[in-house]
Design a binder for this molecule. Structure first.
Ligand SMILES: [Zn+2]
Length: 255
Protein backbone atom coordinates (compact mmCIF):
# COMPACT_ATOMS: atom_id res chain seq x y z
CA UNK A 1 0.00 0.00 0.00
CA UNK A 2 2.74 2.45 1.00
CA UNK A 3 4.67 1.54 -2.14
CA UNK A 4 1.63 2.10 -4.39
CA UNK A 5 0.96 5.49 -2.78
CA UNK A 6 4.64 6.43 -3.23
CA UNK A 7 4.45 5.60 -6.94
CA UNK A 8 1.19 7.56 -7.40
CA UNK A 9 2.74 10.53 -5.54
CA UNK A 10 5.76 10.26 -7.84
CA UNK A 11 3.53 10.30 -10.94
CA UNK A 12 1.77 13.46 -9.73
CA UNK A 13 5.07 15.20 -8.91
CA UNK A 14 6.44 14.07 -12.30
CA UNK A 15 3.46 15.66 -14.00
CA UNK A 16 4.17 18.90 -12.09
CA UNK A 17 7.87 18.69 -13.05
CA UNK A 18 6.81 18.61 -16.73
CA UNK A 19 5.05 21.94 -16.19
CA UNK A 20 8.18 23.35 -14.51
CA UNK A 21 10.42 22.04 -17.32
CA UNK A 22 8.19 23.56 -19.99
CA UNK A 23 7.35 26.90 -18.37
CA UNK A 24 10.27 27.95 -16.15
CA UNK A 25 12.76 28.61 -19.02
CA UNK A 26 10.05 30.62 -20.83
CA UNK A 27 9.46 32.73 -17.71
CA UNK A 28 5.83 31.62 -17.64
CA UNK A 29 3.91 31.18 -14.41
CA UNK A 30 3.96 27.63 -13.03
CA UNK A 31 0.35 27.78 -11.82
CA UNK A 32 -1.44 29.94 -14.39
CA UNK A 33 -2.87 29.42 -16.99
CA UNK A 34 -3.96 25.80 -16.39
CA UNK A 35 -2.58 23.01 -18.61
CA UNK A 36 -3.04 23.63 -22.30
CA UNK A 37 -1.71 22.16 -25.55
CA UNK A 38 1.42 24.12 -26.59
CA UNK A 39 0.40 23.69 -30.28
CA UNK A 40 -3.28 24.77 -30.34
CA UNK A 41 -3.62 26.29 -26.82
CA UNK A 42 -6.71 24.14 -26.16
CA UNK A 43 -7.26 23.57 -22.44
CA UNK A 44 -6.47 20.03 -21.32
CA UNK A 45 -9.35 18.61 -19.23
CA UNK A 46 -8.40 16.68 -16.07
CA UNK A 47 -9.33 13.30 -17.63
CA UNK A 48 -6.77 13.95 -20.40
CA UNK A 49 -4.15 15.05 -17.87
CA UNK A 50 -3.64 11.80 -15.95
CA UNK A 51 0.08 10.95 -15.71
CA UNK A 52 1.20 8.16 -18.09
CA UNK A 53 -2.35 6.86 -18.71
CA UNK A 54 -3.55 9.84 -20.75
CA UNK A 55 -0.49 9.70 -22.99
CA UNK A 56 -1.25 6.05 -23.77
CA UNK A 57 -5.01 6.61 -24.18
CA UNK A 58 -4.46 9.58 -26.51
CA UNK A 59 -1.71 7.64 -28.33
CA UNK A 60 0.66 10.57 -27.77
CA UNK A 61 -1.50 13.15 -29.57
CA UNK A 62 -3.51 16.22 -28.53
CA UNK A 63 -7.26 15.43 -28.54
CA UNK A 64 -8.09 18.80 -30.14
CA UNK A 65 -5.45 19.27 -32.86
CA UNK A 66 -3.72 15.83 -33.04
CA UNK A 67 -0.30 17.47 -32.56
CA UNK A 68 2.25 14.99 -31.19
CA UNK A 69 2.84 15.26 -27.43
CA UNK A 70 6.53 15.08 -26.56
CA UNK A 71 7.53 11.65 -25.17
CA UNK A 72 9.31 13.70 -22.49
CA UNK A 73 5.98 13.90 -20.63
CA UNK A 74 5.44 10.17 -19.94
CA UNK A 75 9.22 9.66 -19.55
CA UNK A 76 9.52 12.28 -16.80
CA UNK A 77 6.36 10.99 -15.09
CA UNK A 78 7.44 7.36 -15.15
CA UNK A 79 11.03 8.11 -14.16
CA UNK A 80 9.97 10.35 -11.26
CA UNK A 81 7.61 7.64 -9.98
CA UNK A 82 10.38 5.02 -10.22
CA UNK A 83 12.81 7.36 -8.43
CA UNK A 84 10.34 8.04 -5.61
CA UNK A 85 9.97 4.31 -5.17
CA UNK A 86 13.80 4.08 -4.92
CA UNK A 87 13.74 6.79 -2.18
CA UNK A 88 11.11 4.80 -0.29
CA UNK A 89 13.08 1.59 -0.79
CA UNK A 90 16.27 3.21 0.56
CA UNK A 91 14.91 5.29 3.46
CA UNK A 92 11.38 3.99 4.17
CA UNK A 93 8.54 6.39 4.89
CA UNK A 94 10.74 9.04 6.55
CA UNK A 95 11.56 12.76 6.38
CA UNK A 96 14.87 11.84 4.74
CA UNK A 97 13.07 9.91 1.98
CA UNK A 98 11.06 13.07 1.29
CA UNK A 99 14.25 15.18 1.23
CA UNK A 100 15.82 12.71 -1.22
CA UNK A 101 12.66 12.88 -3.37
CA UNK A 102 12.88 16.70 -3.46
CA UNK A 103 16.57 16.46 -4.42
CA UNK A 104 15.80 13.94 -7.19
CA UNK A 105 12.95 16.13 -8.49
CA UNK A 106 15.36 19.06 -8.77
CA UNK A 107 17.88 16.86 -10.62
CA UNK A 108 15.23 15.71 -13.13
CA UNK A 109 14.00 19.25 -13.84
CA UNK A 110 17.55 20.63 -14.11
CA UNK A 111 18.71 17.86 -16.47
CA UNK A 112 15.69 18.23 -18.76
CA UNK A 113 15.89 22.04 -18.91
CA UNK A 114 19.66 22.02 -19.50
CA UNK A 115 19.28 19.45 -22.33
CA UNK A 116 16.67 21.59 -24.06
CA UNK A 117 17.79 25.16 -23.34
CA UNK A 118 21.42 24.90 -22.12
CA UNK A 119 20.53 26.78 -18.93
CA UNK A 120 20.19 25.82 -15.27
CA UNK A 121 17.63 28.23 -13.76
CA UNK A 122 18.59 29.93 -10.47
CA UNK A 123 15.13 29.16 -9.08
CA UNK A 124 16.11 25.48 -9.05
CA UNK A 125 19.87 25.64 -8.31
CA UNK A 126 19.99 28.48 -5.75
CA UNK A 127 16.42 27.81 -4.55
CA UNK A 128 17.36 24.16 -4.03
CA UNK A 129 20.63 25.14 -2.33
CA UNK A 130 18.68 27.31 0.16
CA UNK A 131 16.31 24.43 0.92
CA UNK A 132 19.14 21.96 1.44
CA UNK A 133 21.18 24.39 3.51
CA UNK A 134 18.18 24.54 5.86
CA UNK A 135 17.87 20.74 5.70
CA UNK A 136 21.59 20.30 6.56
CA UNK A 137 20.65 21.06 10.20
CA UNK A 138 18.44 17.95 10.25
CA UNK A 139 20.07 15.59 7.74
CA UNK A 140 20.64 12.23 9.51
CA UNK A 141 23.01 11.01 6.76
CA UNK A 142 25.44 13.94 6.48
CA UNK A 143 26.92 16.11 9.26
CA UNK A 144 26.17 19.82 8.91
CA UNK A 145 29.78 20.92 8.62
CA UNK A 146 30.36 18.24 5.98
CA UNK A 147 27.35 19.46 3.95
CA UNK A 148 28.33 23.16 4.07
CA UNK A 149 32.02 22.58 3.33
CA UNK A 150 31.17 20.16 0.51
CA UNK A 151 28.74 22.63 -1.06
CA UNK A 152 31.17 25.54 -0.90
CA UNK A 153 34.11 23.36 -1.94
CA UNK A 154 32.21 22.02 -4.97
CA UNK A 155 31.21 25.55 -6.01
CA UNK A 156 34.83 26.76 -5.67
CA UNK A 157 36.12 23.74 -7.60
CA UNK A 158 33.74 24.41 -10.50
CA UNK A 159 34.48 28.14 -10.46
CA UNK A 160 38.18 27.31 -10.82
CA UNK A 161 37.40 24.88 -13.68
CA UNK A 162 35.23 27.53 -15.34
CA UNK A 163 38.10 30.05 -15.38
CA UNK A 164 40.58 27.38 -16.41
CA UNK A 165 38.46 26.52 -19.45
CA UNK A 166 37.93 30.16 -20.29
CA UNK A 167 41.64 31.04 -20.06
CA UNK A 168 43.37 27.94 -21.35
CA UNK A 169 40.91 26.53 -23.85
CA UNK A 170 39.28 29.86 -24.71
CA UNK A 171 35.83 28.31 -24.54
CA UNK A 172 32.98 28.15 -22.14
CA UNK A 173 32.99 24.48 -21.22
CA UNK A 174 31.08 25.17 -18.06
CA UNK A 175 28.67 27.86 -17.01
CA UNK A 176 27.94 29.47 -13.69
CA UNK A 177 24.79 27.36 -13.63
CA UNK A 178 27.05 24.33 -13.10
CA UNK A 179 28.77 26.14 -10.19
CA UNK A 180 25.40 26.71 -8.49
CA UNK A 181 24.28 23.15 -9.19
CA UNK A 182 27.50 21.85 -7.61
CA UNK A 183 26.68 23.90 -4.49
CA UNK A 184 23.26 22.22 -4.31
CA UNK A 185 24.81 18.75 -4.78
CA UNK A 186 27.41 19.23 -2.05
CA UNK A 187 24.85 20.53 0.45
CA UNK A 188 22.75 17.38 0.20
CA UNK A 189 25.28 14.67 -0.69
CA UNK A 190 28.21 15.45 1.63
CA UNK A 191 31.84 14.92 0.68
CA UNK A 192 32.09 11.18 -0.08
CA UNK A 193 28.92 10.98 -2.21
CA UNK A 194 29.77 14.32 -3.85
CA UNK A 195 33.19 13.00 -4.91
CA UNK A 196 31.58 9.91 -6.47
CA UNK A 197 28.95 12.09 -8.18
CA UNK A 198 31.56 14.38 -9.75
CA UNK A 199 33.69 11.40 -10.80
CA UNK A 200 30.69 9.71 -12.49
CA UNK A 201 29.57 12.99 -14.09
CA UNK A 202 33.03 13.63 -15.57
CA UNK A 203 33.43 10.03 -16.70
CA UNK A 204 30.03 9.84 -18.41
CA UNK A 205 30.48 13.34 -19.89
CA UNK A 206 33.84 12.28 -21.32
CA UNK A 207 32.35 9.10 -22.84
CA UNK A 208 29.45 10.95 -24.47
CA UNK A 209 31.78 13.74 -25.65
CA UNK A 210 34.14 11.19 -27.24
CA UNK A 211 31.17 9.43 -28.86
CA UNK A 212 30.07 12.68 -30.48
CA UNK A 213 33.58 13.49 -31.66
CA UNK A 214 34.20 10.03 -33.14
CA UNK A 215 30.79 9.23 -34.63
CA UNK A 216 29.39 12.64 -35.38
CA UNK A 217 32.74 14.15 -36.39
CA UNK A 218 32.12 17.21 -34.30
CA UNK A 219 35.15 19.20 -33.29
CA UNK A 220 36.45 19.59 -29.76
CA UNK A 221 34.65 22.88 -29.32
CA UNK A 222 31.30 21.19 -29.30
CA UNK A 223 29.23 22.44 -26.42
CA UNK A 224 27.57 19.72 -24.37
CA UNK A 225 25.49 20.86 -21.41
CA UNK A 226 27.15 19.48 -18.26
CA UNK A 227 24.04 19.70 -16.05
CA UNK A 228 22.55 16.36 -17.19
CA UNK A 229 25.84 14.62 -16.33
CA UNK A 230 25.97 16.25 -12.90
CA UNK A 231 22.38 15.08 -12.39
CA UNK A 232 23.22 11.54 -13.52
CA UNK A 233 26.29 11.38 -11.26
CA UNK A 234 24.32 12.69 -8.26
CA UNK A 235 21.50 10.24 -8.91
CA UNK A 236 23.76 7.18 -9.11
CA UNK A 237 25.81 8.36 -6.15
CA UNK A 238 22.75 8.98 -3.96
CA UNK A 239 21.32 5.48 -4.41
CA UNK A 240 24.40 3.37 -5.10
CA UNK A 241 27.34 5.52 -3.95
CA UNK A 242 28.53 3.13 -1.27
CA UNK A 243 28.22 0.10 -3.57
CA UNK A 244 30.18 1.95 -6.27
CA UNK A 245 32.88 2.92 -3.76
CA UNK A 246 33.17 -0.69 -2.55
CA UNK A 247 33.41 -1.89 -6.12
CA UNK A 248 36.15 0.62 -6.99
CA UNK A 249 38.14 -0.26 -3.87
CA UNK A 250 37.78 -3.98 -4.65
CA UNK A 251 39.38 -3.31 -8.04
CA UNK A 252 42.18 -1.48 -6.30
CA UNK A 253 42.97 -3.80 -3.44
CA UNK A 254 43.61 -7.34 -4.60
CA UNK A 255 43.74 -9.87 -1.78
ZN1 LIG B 1 -3.53 20.74 -29.52
Amino acid sequence: MEEALTVVFGLIVGSFLNVVIHRLPLDESIVFPPSHCPACRAAIPPHDNIPLLSYVMLRGRCRACRAAISPRYPLVEGFTAFSFWLCYDAYGLSPHALAAAVFISLLIALAAIDLKHMILPDELTLGGAAVFFAYSFFNPEVAQLDAVLSGLGAALFFTALFYFYLKVRKLEGLGFGDVKMALLMGLFLGLSRLAIAIFLASFSGLLVGLFFIVFRRKNLKLALPFGPFLALGSYLSLFWGEAILLWISSLWVRP
